[in-house]
Each structure stands twice: as C-alpha cells, then as structure tokens.
Design a protein around this ligand. Structure first.
Ligand code: AMP
Length: 199
C-alpha cells in the first residue's frame, strides 16, 4: 500500500504559500492545517494565553514550539488524514523539524516539501498590497506593518530556510517558481506532484 503523503508548504511572506496550500488541499480533498490561522484564532480568545500569543505574534517572531506542537497534534487527532494532509507554516525551526521527524515515523508518512520561491522585492511589493476580510470588512493584517514584515522575513531566512536543506537531504522537495499567476503556479505544483503519484 502507498504511504500517506503529507505536504509541507514553504515560502516567504507574500509567496502565496497559503493560497497554493489551500488549492492543493481542495484539489486532493484532504485536510488543510495552517499554524498561522490556528494561532490567530487562539490569540483572539479573551484569555491570558490569547493575549500572550497576540503579543508574541506582533513582534514578528515565532511562537513557542510547544504551543505549535500541541496545535498540530490536536489537529491530526481530530481530522481524517488517511488520504493525506497539507500543512502550511510548520515546521518553522529546527526543533519543529525534529517534531515532524518523530511524527512522520509514528504515522509512517511520505513527507513532501513544496518550496514556493519569490524574490525579496516581490515579497515586499505583494505584502504592501495585501488585504484580508475580517467580519465583512476589508483590512490589513496587523503583522503586515513594514517593521514587522522585515522581522518576519528575517526570521524566515534565519530559522526556516535552513530546514529546506534538511528536507532535500531526508525527504522529497519540490521547488516551485511562485512569481507567475496563481493558476500557473498551481499547475506547476500539480504537475510535479503527479510525477510523484506516478512512482
Ligand atoms: P503566518 O500566517 O504563517 O505568516 O504566521 C503568522 C505568525 O504566526 C508568524 O509570524 C508567527 O508569529 C506565528 N507562527 C505561525 N506558524 C508558526 C510556527 N510553526 N511556529 C511558531 N510561530 C508560528
């Protein structure tokens, strides 16, 4: 029997990683887990923990590994991942990569990393234009302020980019050009995955 494929989607802020990850989950009819979404939801809770998370996220730095790990384990336990799973925003540092290694052994996953690449300049341009809808109102993400964005891009380079090499060594890594239009990027994602599915 084929192993269950678990896709880990990477890309700097503005790369469209979440857009591509959601399209992929929809296309394969498998669950989608995004640490950023789960953390934003948890940070809205009127609790001390919610306030602590919000403050951490507004620095542009990373939330502690234990919180992220428990969100991920909780998600896996509550969703049917027997046909696969798309993960957006995890792992972000080496400690989280090690958690992933343990989980992938326990669950016997076939780990596939997808790296969506854009230049630093395109990232800045896209984030400056980024809008989200909250309660029916068009707004911007509070962590898309220029100073916080610079910190988030630096954290991505320092903590997350080194993991890409680990994925290349230990698992399967698909490299995607994220600068073309959304549909074209997704066609490239699907084409590279279909080569994997065929093997
Ligand atoms: P994102 O929506 O993926 O850009 O994440 C928004 C923010 O959530 C990040 O800047 C971090 O503060 C936090 N975050 C998301 N994923 C993780 C993770 N795997 N580990 C730690 N912090 C995270």
């Amino acid at each position: 029997m084929n192993k269950v494929k678990v896709f880990f989607v990477f890309g700097k802020q503005g790369s469209g990683k979440s857009t591509q990850a959601k399209l992929l989950a929809e296309h394969r009819a498998i669950p989608y887990f995004a640490t950023g979404d789960e953390l934003r939801r948890a940070s809205e809770q009127p609790t001390e923990f919610g306030d602590k998370l919000k403050a951490m996220m507004l620095t542009g730095g990373l939330v502690d590994d234990e919180t992220v790990k428990s969100l991920f384990i909780d998600f896996i336990s509550k969703h049917d991942c027997s046909n696969g799973l798309v993960v957006d925003g995890f792992p972000r540092d080496m400690a989280q990569f090690e958690m992933l290694e343990t989980l992938s052994q326990e669950h016997d996953w076939l780990v596939v990393a997808i790296e969506i690449n854009i230049s630093h300049q395109v990232a800045l341009e896209r984030i400056a234009l980024r809008k989200i809808v909250v309660d029916g109102k068009v707004t911007t993400r509070s962590d898309d302020e220029p100073a916080i964005v610079n910190k988030r891009l630096a954290v991505y380079e320092q903590s997350t980019v080194p993991l890409i090499e680990e994925f290349l060594q230990k698992y399967t890594l698909l490299k995607i050009d994220g600068e073309p239009a959304i549909a074209q990027v997704f066609a490239d994602v699907c084409q590279k995955i279909s080569q994997l599915d065929a093997n």
